[in-house]
Design a protein around this ligand. Sequence first.
Ligand SMILES: Cc1cc2nc3c(=O)[nH]c(=O)nc-3n(C[C@H](O)[C@H](O)[C@H](O)COP(=O)(O)OP(=O)(O)OC[C@H]3O[C@@H](n4cnc5c(N)ncnc54)[C@H](O)[C@@H]3O)c2cc1C
Length: 386
Amino acid sequence: MNLSELEAFARTAAERIEAVEGEGEQAQVALQVLAEGGWLRWTVPAAWGGAQHAGVSAERIGVRALCDARKTFTYASGMLDVMFVEQGLGSFPIALGAAQGDRAPWMEAVFQGVLAGTTISAFALTETGAGSDLAAVATRAEGNAEQGWVLNGEKTFISNAGIAGFYTVLARTQGQPGDRDGLSMFYVPAEAEGVSVERFAVMAPHPIGTVRFEGVRLEPDQCLGAPGKGMAIALGTLATFRTSVAAAALGFSRRAFDESVRHLEQRVQFGRPLSAFQGLRFDLAEMDVRLRAGELLMQEAAELVDLEVDSGTEVARAKYYATENASWICDRAVQHLGGLGVKRGQIVERLYREVRALRIYEGTSEVQKLLLGKAALERFRERSVD
Ligand SMILES: Cc1cc2nc3c(=O)[nH]c(=O)nc-3n(C[C@H](O)[C@H](O)[C@H](O)COP(=O)(O)OP(=O)(O)OC[C@H]3O[C@@H](n4cnc5c(N)ncnc54)[C@H](O)[C@@H]3O)c2cc1C
């Protein structure tokens, strides 16, 4: 993999995306340029036509490569990054499900569409009553593995809602909201009868909305993996992609840092460039250290995920640290630009808005801290026993 090639691609892609108006149109251009450049292969396991990465099983996605791509893409364009990662996030549950059971021919066709950028993926876990607490999922699929299923319920905050060709949907096949067991993962084509979408806007460009399922009929093999094993597929998908949220945050914050330095060097006040003032240099030092620390945490987590060793703590640390600090770094960059920092159209103003959601999706900062706190206590208790 060639990083300068990746950077050159991201710069050109960002120009092509910005040349068109409208969120949906920009999303389409982003996907098209990603497919043309062959980069969507990085979002799919080699066993399904994706790229083979050194030391990574053919059934898995190369997380170090995913991180390299995301930090390069967010440096140039948030939309490029969203359209890239969602292709993997939405389709990986199919690969995980197939690993538990059969590999149906329709799955090959779905992955071909994902790789070509002709089919857009979406991953649908969240509901109005089930955010951080996925056990609260109430969307229900009635039926069985012989006769098929009928899906009813509603998912919200679903990236790519309305432009997706399919949704991978976590739904209850047994038990009641609150039970961790009894959840299954389904493949639901967007054109299936009974699927409807209501789009809404968030603070930065991001295709998103609510998806409703009313009596949607599904074939037996549209249940991905064994019925009742959907929570493991959802968590397995998040465990694979979560480190790359840290990478996305690092790309946004690296860009904010570079914009800050450029401005502080150029802007003259009190007869000197702003970069001559110690208070602002101290800020740059703090930004630099937080960026580097985030990068190292991200690299550590990505390596462990690729090695398929227990990495929940390292992943949580990387996601929490990089996303929280990205917000702080983008905020400092806005401050360094003064009034220009809040002017619409300025890069740092866009970064400040774009980086915010990363502390919320794929496990909020508080959820990461719950995991980290629990792990810290476990380590302490293990030492105390010795
Ligand atoms: C831009 C964007 C894109 C998204 N894309 C998708 C997508 O494609 N697919 C999908 O399924 N979902 C998606 N989501 C939804 C996202 O995963 C949820 O918003 C997230 O999991 C949090 O759930 P919630 O919004 O219901 O907040 P809640 O779970 O209600 O949490 C509200 C606040 O309480 C805190 N909190 C909750 N529980 C605890 C606790 N036990 N201890 C301490 N604090 C706690 C949270 O950290 C948060 O600060 C997206 C969200 C955004 C913003």
